[in-house]
Design a protein around this ligand. Structure first.
Ligand code: FMN
Length: 207
């Protein structure tokens, strides 16, 4: 049966390390037949990390979806983080899930305290108040008590905390293997299960 394009997803990218995770996520969403629209918000620090880790810089940030994915990014709509009037800032606009990947502990703190002071934090706050799926791919180590308490607070409000911690039992041979298996799991948690996600069957498979 042909899958229909219906899902609307918000992707937030912050200044935590791991820009490659956002890139993998956006490429998979752009190619996913189940996805109709992706709203992309990148914090100022997120733009810096895209430049530092992937060499991606854009005079006009509206070009970021194309530069990040290397495609025409026809499904991905970029919104400036200052645009608190964007569609995703309102609960009346229907979004199926939001992911913040990677999620800095600074943005985690904003979300956990409900400040809603920029579009990314507001869109996340809207997901929580509307009971929609919000996945936070927090990246920091080691974690202090403030980070841990903020994760607990966000989780208690409905967020799914998926720290950037790779798995090793699928026998990864490259960094790409680690990245992709992590991102597949995040997509599954967002309601977009992935055929290529490794699933443990009780014993190691032949590699
Ligand atoms: C190269 C680099 C790596 C960073 N890595 C992390 C990180 O892994 N986790 C984190 O929480 N912050 C990290 N930071 C710091 C954040 O970018 C900084 O706290 C920023 O204010 C976060 O802002 P944002 O949440 O609005 O993106 C890093 C900064 C730089 C320049």
């Amino acid at each position: 049966m042909k899958q229909t394009e219906s899902k609307v997803i918000t992707v937030g990218v912050t200044g935590a390390s791991g820009a490659v995770l956002a890139q993998a996520m956006l490429r998979l969403l752009e190619a996913d037949a189940r996805v109709a629209r992706v709203h992309l918000v990148v914090t100022e620090a997120g733009q810096r990390l895209l430049a530092t880790e992937l060499g991606i810089t854009a005079q006009d940030p509206k070009r970021l979806p194309t530069l990040i994915t290397g495609t025409d990014a026809s499904k991905i709509e970029y919104s400036p983080n200052k645009d608190i009037g964007a569609a995703i800032a309102s609960g009346s606009y229907s979004v199926d899930a939001m992911v913040v990947i990677p999620c800095s502990v600074g943005t985690l703190a904003s979300i956990a305290s409900g400040t809603s002071d920029d579009l990314l934090a507001r869109a996340a706050d809207v997901c929580l108040k509307e009971g929609r799926r919000l996945v936070l791919c927090v990246r920091e180590t080691p974690l202090n008590r403030i980070h841990l308490e903020n994760m607990l607070r966000a989780q208690a409000a409905g967020a799914v905390i998926m720290p950037v911690i790779p798995s090793f039992y699928h026998g990864p041979k490259t960094i790409e293997d680690l990245v992709m298996q992590y991102v597949y799991r995040v997509l599954s948690a967002m309601g977009l299960p992935q055929e290529k996600q490794y699933r443990w069957t009780g014993k190691p498979e032949n590699r």
